[in-house]
Each structure stands twice: as C-alpha cells, then as structure tokens.
Design a protein around this ligand. Structure first.
Ligand code: ARG
Ligand code: ZN
Length: 881
C-alpha cells in the first residue's frame, strides 16, 4: 500500500514532461507469482530541455531487474532507483534513444486491484489513474501519449485468451506449453488506457458496420456458462455505437472492440482503448437474475465506456485535474443516450434524484470540491459524484445556453481541434465560444467554485399594470478552502402558466437576458419584469432542472398543485409534487422527534393520489411521483441536528396516510399491472413493474399482515418483482415467518450466483432499526460472504452504511464503530475500497449532537491508526477538518 506522505499536487504546478515518448513496446511473460515485464521505450528530448536533464519514470512497489540504454546494459552510476521512482542520467545525445526497463511483478498478491492482478484465475489490469506504474517504470501521466505494441506470452493451459488494446497482429506457439499473441494500438494513448487480459473465458460475438462501412468485430468475454447473460450488454453496445454516429458523428476506429467482465473490480468499468474491462455486475443480466435497474445500469455503463472512445481516449486529459473533461462530458453523453432509449422525463427525474442524493450531499459537507479541483493528495479520491454528475450538469448547461445546434457545433470543433491530444477544460470551453461566439467566461465559474448555489425567488403580479416581476438572488455557500464566491451564470428554464393551465408567452422582458424559455441569472440579485401579462401567472422555474441549484421559493400549495397538474414539462410536474411533499415530510420528522402525533396535509395526499390514479400518465412517471423523498433527502433538507429515527418515523407516518387514503387505487393498480406475456426489459415494461412495486409498498404500509407481499414473492416471475417483494417483507415485517422463509428460499435458489446474493445481502443490510447491526455482523460470517470481493463488501457493509439511516446511525455509535473497524481491516488490502466506504460518513456533522460525537470518535479511531493509506488518510482528515 502507498502510505500517506501528505504531499499535495497542485494544478498551478503543471508543466509538460521533458521527454516525448514516441513508442511503447511491452512484452509480458505471464506467471501468477512472477510475471516478467519488458518495456522498450523510445524517447526524444523536448526542444529547449537541458541536455543534462534526467529522465524520471514513475513506479509503485516495483523492483527493477534490468535497465538498458540503447540496448546496452546501463552502468549503475547512470541511474537511481527506488520502488516508486527511476531516474536515468547521462542520456544519449542522439535523439531519439531507447530505454529498456525489465521488472518482475506478482499479480497473485496484488489485492489493491490496481496494476496487473488476478481475479477468478484470470489476469486483468486496471491502470486508471496511476496503476500502470505498478507494472513497469514509466512516465505515468495522461499527457504522455504513444502507440503501443504488446506481446503476451503465457502457458496455453488456463490462458487460451491473450488480449490487449488495439488490433490483433498475430500469435502462435512460443515454446513448450506456452503461446503468444501480439497486439498493436495505432492510436497514441496514455498509459492509464492500457489493458491486458489473459485467461480462459467464454465469448459472445457479433459485428457492427460503421457509417463509413468498416466492419468491427464485437466480443464480450464472460465466465464460461454466462454467455447467454451477455446478450443484453451486446445489444446495448450496438445501440451505443449507432447513437454516437447519429448524435455526434463519432465512428469507431479499430477493427475490433472487446469487453471483458471480471468479478473483482473496484469501480463500475474502465474504458481502456478497444478493450473495456467491466465489473461483471454491469454486464450480466437475464430476467431471472436482473432487475430493471440492473438492465438500465448495464445499458448506461456500456454506453458510457464506449463513448469514452472519443471523449477520453481520442481526446484525453492533460492532467488529472481535468478529469471532468472526460467524465462529466461522458456522463452527459450517456444520460442523453439513455434519455433517447427510454422516457426522457422519467430518466431526468431519476438523474436529478440521484444528483441531489449524492452530489448535493457531497457539495454541502466536508468533502465538497470544485468540478475541477485545484489540489489533491490522492487522485483516486476524486472519482466523485461532483466530477461525474455535477460535471455532466455543467455540460448540460452549456447545451442549454447554446441550444442543440450550437452545442453540436462546439463539440465538432472540439473534436476537430484536439483529436489525438491531451486537453484541458479551457480547450473545451473555448471550442464552444469559438464555434458560437458566446462568451462563457462567467459560466466557467461552475468549474472552479464548489458548493450548490442557492437561488431565492420572489414574485409579484400587478393586475393594473399587467406586469409580472420576478426577483432572484443567488448565494453560493462557503466550502472547504473557498469562503468568498462570485455570482455565477445560472440558466433557468421557465414557463408562466395561466389559470387554464396553458402557457403564457411573455411579450417583453426587462432586467436581464431571456432567450426563448431560458432566463439568464448572472448578477447577485436581479429583477426581471414581464409586461403585457393578462392574468396572474404561476411560475414554473428551473424546468428540467436546467441548473443544479437549490431554490428557495415560497410558492403556495395551490400554485405547486397547479404546476403538478398542468405543466407541459413532466419533470416540472414531478418537481412540484416533491416540493409539495417536502415541508410535510420535514414537519412529520419534527413532530415525531417532539413526540407529537404526526399530521399529514390532506392537500398533499390528494395531489399524490390524483397523480397515481391518472392513467393518462405513464406508469414510470407515476411510480416516481409516488416515491417520496428518501430519509437521507429529508435529512439534507432539514440541514442539521438530524435524528434519523424521527425522520424514519415521520416519513412512515406520511406513507401510511397516503396508503390508507389511496388504498383502493393502489389495489386496483397492483392487480391491473400484474405481468402479462413474455418479460421484456424495455422502458414500458419496467415502468409497469415500477408502479406495481410502489403499489405493493403502500399496500404493505396500510396492512398489518405480510400475506400480500408473501404472495407477491411466491408468484414473481422476474427479479424486479421478486427482489421488491422480498424487500417489502424484510423491511416491513422483519420478524414474520413469511419473511424468514422467503429469505431462506431466495438464498437457496440463487446459491451459486454471487451477484444475486448481493441483493440478498443488501436487502437485509437495509432493514431499518437497531437490529440491523447484529444482522450485518452475522452476515459477514455467512459462508456466502467474501470479504476479499469488493462487490460483496459494498453490498453488505457499503449498503448498511450508505443506505440504512436508522440502522447505521444507532444512537450508541455501534454502526460507526463497525464501519471504522471494517475500514481499518480493508485499508491495507484495498485502500480505494476503504476510502470509498468511509465517504458514507460525509454528512456526520449534520447529525444531532450525541450521534455526531459518536461519529467523530469513530473517525478519530481511524486517524489514530498506526498506518493509513494515502486514500483513507486524505478522506478522514478532510472529514475532521
Ligand atoms: N474511467 C472509469 C470510468 O468512469 C473509472 C475508472 C476509475 N478508476 C479509479 N481507479 N478510480 O468509466
Ligand atoms: Zn467514465
């Protein structure tokens, strides 16, 4: 493990490498315990660099076993080597020159899952961000690009497949029992996009013909026997390839595209050029084992990694501060893809829910940082929801400011200018400015200022003057390292809705720029005046969530109900309903905390039931509308001194009130939406299942018997309904015999499928209440659990900490202590996983004092440990600052 040095890397310190890498030739002689890596690197000195400047290569836990300069063994006086650095001096005056580095590495003992490691008997790599330096000494930085030639030699037995990036050159027998394969990737790339996979896997094959007529071989490799479960991923891949051609004019550029699914992986997936490596969770699916959410995730992540081929690979990042350049943009692209494949409004609702739950939480706590950070200690800790999801929202705002055509022009220019380069956020923004003439200098603050802006709204209608005034004030909260903020350019989509529900087209506006349905808030406070407005309008603001902000707008219940009923933007209708519900949920939590009877506003209950019963609305939308804000959402809204037990009790009381009032409608829908015909994982089917599941949840809140959920469990013919029935049983009736029987039946039925057992772990880890802790501890000892596998750990320990507010935040602090102990146990083995789990405590300061003290003590226990990885040290110190 790389232990913490406390060293800070700064964006301001960037300078280009002294040496230009022209070519990289790698030869691997694979062996589980002792793999020999020979790297032949051709460099030339960048013009202007001093003749005596040394060549410095990065390493991480490496040992050098050979070094040649222009094919002659290097004398000891010409280099200095440590496990993390190789410095070579007295370089040849002739440029270019060749450096050959030989290292011996041990994949089997690599538990960090960075560099070359083993998973289920397969050799596999993960190099982003800084894993390549665990393979060989190398200029391991994203702005050093070169074509790669790869030769892999391995025992034939156990390794029929030898895969790497680029096009296949050839292969054959090497010597007794061993064979080899050679690959060439002509597209210059940085080391973080390198990949190698070797082993014995099954394959699903297909082809795709690009718009220019090139045929591309498509291959997805999975464990033998899992081939049928890769069909959906293959379909998603072909749809992604087609979509990127149609929407962005981007074609694939090699003759083969390969995806490998592995069972030990720290993240979701990785976009290595021509050879994507995936967490198997995001490849494998069939109706018996995958939920609709699993299918949607697979579609999105397959698309995401494929889209990186242009946004990330063809144009990469100059340095890791620019991570949002590829991630924010690529998330935006995968969101747009999914929106085109499914219902756009429902997709947007799900995105915004996720953004608020994750990114708004991060942005309001000790880990807040700008979309483009300016310093870091451990780059692995910056693969965050801010870089990804807020980065995507910033890209979406550019599209909103420029319109579809302007955005496409800017993207085209970006590709044209920077193809083959390592670019910056400035390059990206400049492409849009130059393509459209729009000045984005104020807009750029979105990349540098952290924190979720708060926009306070007030409105007035003057009937005599027929004017409508809208006053806006923006405030960006202080975040770590940033106390004073400048006003941002905030694009707000809006509509003025008349009494009959139709939109009022404003005639003239003063006070600032309004273009079409977008209002540009650019000052700290600004008043817009609309003239010739015949009647008092209802303002629908931030439609489609055009800007990632919080609104403080004291809109009346009647106005919100009007929007919920009439807005032509479905997203805005959902937003209005949730704005109607939030104060009710907040009050319910406070009533429960104060020991009062929880009262529920009947206006909210009827608005929800009216939406529920409206068969003109698509089921997926109704399911979203009826899914109340989560307990964590309510905690975030309350803002501080939070008591998770009270929030849980209050929210449940609201659920019960809605369930009782809407009982007959829930029952009708539950019956009507029962599955008919063959299962299809499409959006329409998923929507019906989602609404049926919501109905079952509410019915269970109104009923005292587990019978209905038990019957749903017995009858389910797909995983979406099966897992949901089990969740309802476990969460609502944890002690019932029916629940215990269902849990046992589920485990028996899916005994040999770890990905499905992850659902079983997660469902139990999220049963509300104090008893969850003992349950989690017992499950950690279950033979089906495997503490070495990141998916298992995330499913059990991660889900407990992230998604069980009452169980994790036990008032005695035992939940925090369990997490702290797990982090200390995992850290030496897998620092990335440990650091990620620790972020579950990022909102600890908004807990009520007793819990906050207990949380702080657990964090103190982590800081007090003798040795911490750079990953965990960085997170825990920021959390305690
Ligand atoms: N680039 C990958 C993706 O978003 C994620 C890789 C993250 N790796 C890491 N070590 N943090 O598609
Ligand atoms: Zn990505």
């Amino acid at each position: 493990m790389r232990t913490d040095t406390g060293q800070v890397i700064r964006l301001a310190d960037y300078s280009p490498a002294d040496f230009v890498l022209e070519r990289t030739d790698l030869t691997f002689e694979l062996d589980p315990r002792s793999t020999k890596v020979e790297a032949r690197l051709i460099f030339h000195r960048r013009p202007g660099v001093a003749a005596d400047a040394p060549l410095v290569l990065d390493g991480d836990e490496l040992s050098l076993s050979g070094l040649l300069i222009d094919q002659a063994e290097a004398e000891a006086s010409r280099y200095t080597v440590t496990p993390d650095r190789l410095e070579i001096r007295d370089l040849p005056e002739e440029s270019p020159f060749e450096i050959t580095v030989v290292t011996i590495i041990d994949p089997e003992s690599n538990t960090q899952l960075m560099g070359l490691y083993r998973t289920n008997g397969v050799y596999c790599t993960q190099c982003e961000a800084e894993g390549f330096r665990r393979i060989t000494y190398f200029p391991d930085r994203p702005d050093v690009l070169s074509p790669f030639t790869i030769t892999i030699i391995a025992e034939k037995a156990g390794n029929p497949l030898l895969l790497s990036n680029g096009n296949f050159l050839g292969g054959g027998n090497y010597d007794e029992g061993r064979h080899f394969a050679a690959w060439f990737d002509p597209h210059p790339k940085p080391s973080y996009l390198f990949a190698l996979v070797a082993g014995d896997l099954g394959v699903v094959e297909d082809t795709f013909t690009t718009a220019s007529g090139n045929e591309v071989a498509l291959k997805i490799y999975v464990e033998h026997g899992n081939e049928p479960r890769a069909a959906y991923a293959m379909d998603a891949l072909k749809r992604s390839m087609k979509w990127d051609e149609e929407r962005f004019g981007r074609e694939y550029d090699l003759n083969i595209f390969q995806i490998v699914a592995v069972s030990d992986f720290n993240m979701g997936a990785m976009e290595n050029k021509g050879l994507n490596v995936f967490n198997d969770k995001y490849v494998l699916a069939d109706p018996e084992t995958a939920t609709d959410a699993d299918y949607a995730n697979i579609e999105a992540i397959i698309a995401h990694e494929y889209f990186h081929n242009w946004t990330g690979n063809r144009i990469t990042c100059r340095d890791w501060f620019q991570l949002c350049l590829k991630e924010g943009l690529t998330v935006y692209r995968d969101h747009e893809f999914s929106a085109d494949q499914r219902s756009r409004a429902v997709k947007r609702i799900a995105e915004v829910r996720h953004l608020k739950a994750e990114q708004f939480a991060e942005d309001s706590g000790p880990l807040a940082h700008p979309v483009r950070p300016e310093t870091y200690r451990e780059i692995n800790n910056f693969y965050t929801t801010t870089v990804y999801e807020k980065g995507s929202e910033v890209t979406r705002m550019i599209a909103t400011l420029l319109g579809d055509d302007g955005f496409r022009k800017g993207m085209d220019l970006y590709f044209e200018r920077h193809d083959g380069e390592a670019a910056t956020v400035e390059d990206f923004v400049k492409s849009f400015e130059d393509a459209t003439g729009r000045d984005l200098s104020q807009f750029k603050l979105w990349y540098s200022q952290a924190g979720t802006p708060l926009v306070t709204v007030s409105t007035a209608y003057d009937a005599a003057a027929r004017t409508f005034t809208l006053s806006l004030e923006q405030m960006v909260p202080a975040t770590p390292g940033q106390s004073a903020k400048q006003p941002m350019h905030i694009p707000l989509k809006f509509a003025l809705i008349g009494e009959n529900g139709g939109e009022i087209a404003p005639t003239a506006v003063s006070g600032g720029e309004v273009s079409g349905d977008v209002l540009h808030l650019t000052e700290r406070s600004q008043t817009f005046t609309f003239t010739e407005v015949p009647d008092r309008p209802v303002l629908s603001l931030n439609r489609g969530f055009s800007a990632p902000i919080n609104l403080s707008f004291d809109q009346s219940g009647a106005d919100l109900a009007h929007i919920a009923r009439h807005d032509s933007d479905l997203f805005a209708r959902w937003q209005a309903l949730s704005d109607l519900a939030l104060p009710v949920l907040n009050k319910a939590a406070n009533d429960a905390r104060d020991g009062k009877v929880v009262s529920v506003d009947p206006a909210l209950v009827s608005a929800l039931i009216e939406t529920l019963a409206n068969d003109k609305l698509e089921p997926a939308f109704r399911a979203q509308a009826l899914s109340l804000a989560s307990e964590a959402d309510i905690a975030r809204e309350l803002g501080g001194n939070n008591n998770p037990d009270a929030i849980h009790a209050g929210r449940n009381a609201v659920l019960k009130a809605v369930a009782e009032k809407g009982f007959s409608t829930f029952e009708r829908l539950y019956k009507e939406l029962a599955p008919k015909g063959v299962f299809a994982p499409d959006a329409a089917g998923a929507g019906r299942r989602a609404l049926r599941n919501v109905a079952l949840t509410y019915l269970a809140h109104a009923e005292e018997s587990p019978a209905r959920a038990a019957e749903a469990f017995a009858e389910a013919d797909n995983m979406t309904e099966l897992a949901h029935a089990l969740t309802v049983l476990a969460h609502r009736f944890p002690e019932a015999d029916e629940t215990l029987a269902a849990l046992a039946a589920f485990a028996t039925r899916f005994d040999t499928n770890p990905l499905v057992l992850d659902k079983w772990f997660s469902i139990q880890a999220t049963i509300p209440g104090e008893a969850a802790l003992a349950r989690v501890e017992a499950l950690m000892k279950d033979p089906r659990f495997n503490a070495q596998n990141p998916n298992r750990v995330r499913a059990l320990v991660g889900t407990f900490a992230f998604a069980n507010p009452t169980g994790f935040n036990r008032v005695d602090g035992a939940g925090y202590r369990l997490l702290a102990d797990q982090i200390l146990a995992i850290d030496p083995r897998n620092p990335q996983l440990a650091a990620r789990l620790l972020t579950a405590m990022r909102s600890w300061r908004s807990l009520e004092p007793v819990r906050a003290e207990a949380a702080k003590a657990a964090l103190g226990k982590i800081t007090g440990a003798k040795q911490l990885s750079a990953d965990v040290a960085d997170i825990v110190e920021r959390m305690l600052k």
